[in-house]
Ligand binder design. Structure first.
Ligand code: SF4
Length: 755
């Protein structure tokens, strides 16, 4: 089934006032309208009282942690929307698939598909058929197992994981896949924080953040690179608000001026709801797209100049001498860098940079936060290592109020990686699997997301299995990826709701509907790991949307049983006994010893984090390493623009909750391009006009049509669009060095009036 732009995409747009404050009454009203409308008042209230509580379920949204002392309402507007999406009363029954063929559904917008409700029964799309039809679970597992067993090589199978998968399901899934004989475990992390993992691994010996939530209570300065927490990690605003209120300085570095980091009203401050909110950001450095290496070098150059004026007062020489290596090369590089080259590459003035550097110079404790704005560029690893250079110069590692804070997008994306969901596993982990499960785990590294797309496109990937997610919409180069998927023999999606990946399939396709986070799972709980390395319980409380749903762990166990009937691993027992699964994890993965006991403690437990816990850096040289990176050379040709994709305030990854990007004042349509007014004038474009966007990379052109121009506060020659609508423009072969994360934040495009 060829991918083409859904015809029923709203072909209109309504641009109004931008919000001047994040949170507040509008957030409360939006939370209630989404939940009450889709879930009903009583189920909503009971779910909102359970979300992120120690005896409740973990929010299926982002991975921002919970405070030790949780409040009764421990959720944000987008957490409420995530519940509304999953606990919706709307259901998709088999008659739905009789009424709508795959072709019919492909014409519908992503929003419309998501609003049809929960999948309730296993479905199969037979070869040559136009409609999905019901299939029994047993038959479904037989079909999948026989297709897998028929492969000439286990590496012809690809097993994708979305970051919502629980630790228990993820561990069983990787075990089954490695027993099957492949490391083809691409996951959503490949498209988001893979660059962080690689950069941090080389620099400080761990691919995870080194701060706790409590560190935000004692940081003098918090720097936020390429992140929009107001929409993507909204409860982070609570920490930023209390930091700002106690006088901490917040520096935001972003091409877009986002209200979420500017001003915030906490919905719980009832007495302040009508007020002006708390000013969060002390200083915004509105850089050009991909100006991060330059601005960060500029900040460090400013620190050096401040250090010269006040020796020993700015840089942490004792930390640098004792724990690091490579500072000399970085300092020499900074001295050589001219301010002109820095200013030109950063897109902000020397005085602005020095003003921010002065704030950092006076700060004893600094936290550096970042998200996709750093990780989705060709020089992403360089972006992050420059951030780490700055933190190391300040000794901001392994002390209260200081450290690195890559903020994870998906609720358990970090946990999945910890459980072994990785195409490039380390030898000690594989050795442990061999010992514990009487197997010979494959050593050859597998495909990450980009390699998986290429392999399917080349006909080398014959079976594609997705544990959650929406692979087609999340990945770059949508038409190319669709072609790749359509070349497989079988695509299998373990899902809660309908999405576009169910409509672009292999010769055959199977949908396996699973339980959601909010739903009871026969009294069992699962566990997840948040962005700060805390592992905690999640137990559903709602009755399942259908009696035909199965949990992710059960789905894996039943498929494994079909694949390995007489296996050493007692899959049949494990599907109903997650404590047993946790014992297996405890015996395999360091830090999980005594897992079942530790995770039953209120709030769970923290995993070891050597840089944070003891300023220990498990790098090759046992030191925290500085790295020198060149200023990126991304020339934007005359008349063209550098495009970054972004989310609206009404979406989570590829899930579209609604059609209102409230903070930016944009409603209805999602095919929009945010442009600088000077650039619009120069191109003879006005707001509301429809334009076609085209990228060209390695000689190949990619195009999307009829996007609405919206005037926005963004630097010259920079534009922003929403994903997944703009993903067709992102070349599959344009990715970050080392991490191969698609460059969704920097793609050069042309913009022409639609004809
Ligand atoms: S901040 Fe993230 S984890 Fe917390 S409620 Fe909001 S979406 Fe959920």
């Amino acid at each position: 089934m060829k991918w083409k732009t859904p015809e029923e995409t709203p072909d209109d747009i309504d641009v109004g006032e931008k919000s001047t404050k994040a949170g507040g009454i509008p957030a409360v009203l939006s939370s209630m309208s989404h939940t009450f409308k889709k879930v009903g008042p009583l189920r909503s209230l009971s779910s909102l009282m359970k979300i992120n509580q120690t005896d409740g379920f973990d929010c299926p949204g982002c991975a921002w942690p919970e405070p030790k002392n949780r409040s009764v309402a421990e959720f944000c507007e987008n957490g409420a929307k995530a519940i509304a999406e999953e606990a919706t009363k709307a259901k998709i029954t088999s008659s739905f698939f009789s009424e709508y063929s795959v072709n019919d559904l492909a014409k519908k917008s992503d929003y419309w598909l998501g609003q049809q409700g929960r999948l309730t029964h296993p479905m199969i799309l037979k070869e040559g058929s136009s409609n999905y039809e019901m299939i029994s679970w047993d038959q479904a597992f037989k079909e999948i197992a026989s297709e897998l067993k028929a492969l000439d090589d286990p590496n012809e199978a690809i097993f994708y994981t979305s970051g919502r998968t629980s630790n228990e399901a993820a561990f069983l899934y990787q075990l089954m896949i490695r027993k099957f004989g492949t490391n083809n475990l691409p996951d959503c992390s490949n498209m988001c924080h893979e660059s962080s993992g690689i950069a941090m691994g080389e620099a400080i010996g761990i691919g995870k953040g080194t701060v706790t939530l409590e560190d935000f209570d004692s940081a003098d300065c918090i720097i936020i690179w390429g992140q929009n927490p107001g929409t993507n990690h909204p409860r982070m605003l609570t920490s930023l608000q209390s930091a700002a209120r106690r006088g901490a300085k917040i520096i935001t570095i972003n091409p877009l001026k986002e209200v979420g980091t500017d001003r915030f009203i906490h919905p719980k401050d009832v007495h302040l709801l009508l007020g002006g909110g708390t000013k969060l950001t002390t200083q915004l450095l509105q850089i050009r797209i991909n100006g991060d290496v330059a601005v960060t070098k500029g900040l460090m150059k400013g620190l050096l100049e401040a250090e010269e004026k006040a020796p020993g007062k700015v840089l942490d020489h004792e930390f640098i001498a004792k724990y690091t290596e490579g500072s000399h090369e970085v300092i020499e590089d900074l001295k050589k860098q001219s301010w002109d080259s820095i200013v030109e590459s950063a897109g902000v003035s020397k005085s602005e940079i020095l003003k921010a550097a002065t704030i950092i110079a006076k700060s004893k404790t600094v936290i550096g936060c970042w998200a996709m704005g750093l990780t989705q560029h060709r020089n992403a690893v360089g972006n992050i290592q420059e951030v780490l250079n700055l933190l190391l110069l300040k000794g901001a590692m392994g002390k209260p109020g200081a450290g690195a804070c890559p903020v994870r997008g998906h609720s358990n994306v970090q946990g999945d990686r910890t459980m072994g969901i990785w195409e490039a596993p380390k030898e000690p982990f594989l050795k442990k699997l061999d010992e514990n499960f009487k197997m010979k785990a494959p050593r050859e590294h597998g495909y990450n997301v980009v390699q998986a797309i290429e392999a399917m496109h080349a006909g080398k990937g014959k079976v594609f299995f997705a544990m959650g997610g929406n692979f087609l919409s999340a990945t770059p180069d949508t038409e190319y990826t669709a072609k790749a998927l359509s070349k497989t023999n079988l695509t299998v999606q373990v899902s809660t709701k309908l999405n576009r990946s169910h409509l672009v399939t292999g010769k055959r396709a199977i949908i396996l509907p699973c339980l959601g986070r909010t739903e009871r799972d026969l009294g069992q709980f699962v566990t997840v790991e948040n962005s700060m390395g805390i592992v905690h319980k999640s137990i559903g409380h709602l009755s399942p949307a259908s009696n035909f749903l199965k949990s992710e762990p059960e789905i894996v166990c039943l498929l494994a049983k079909e694949l390995f009937p007489d296996d050493f691993v007692k899959w049949d027992d494990l599907k109903m006994n997650y404590d047993e699964v946790r014992e297996m994890i405890g015996a395999t993965i360091p830090g999980f010893e005594g897992y079942n006991k530790k995770v039953r403690e209120p709030g769970g437990f923290s995993l070891p984090n050597p840089p944070r816990d003891s300023r220990t850096f498990e790098t090759e040289n046992g030191k925290a390493n500085f790295f020198v990176h060149p200023l990126p050379k991304d020339e934007v040709p005359e008349g063209k623009f550098m495009m970054m994709t972004t989310r609206t305030h009404d979406q989570f990854n590829t899930t579209v909750y609604g059609l209102e990007d409230r903070y930016r004042g944009i409603k209805l349509g999602r095919r929009v391009v945010l442009m600088n007014e000077e650039d619009m004038k120069e191109k003879g474009l006005v707001q509301g006009l429809q334009v076609d966007l085209e990228s060209e990379f390695n000689g190949k052109k990619r195009r999307v049509e009829r996007f609405f121009v919206v005037a926005y506060d963004i630097p010259r020659k920079c534009v922003a669009t929403y994903f997944p609508e703009a993903n067709p423009l992102i070349p599959v072969d344009s990715y970050a060095n080392k991490s191969m994360t698609p460059t969704s934040k920097s793609v050069i495009i042309s913009i022409e009036k639609s004809t």
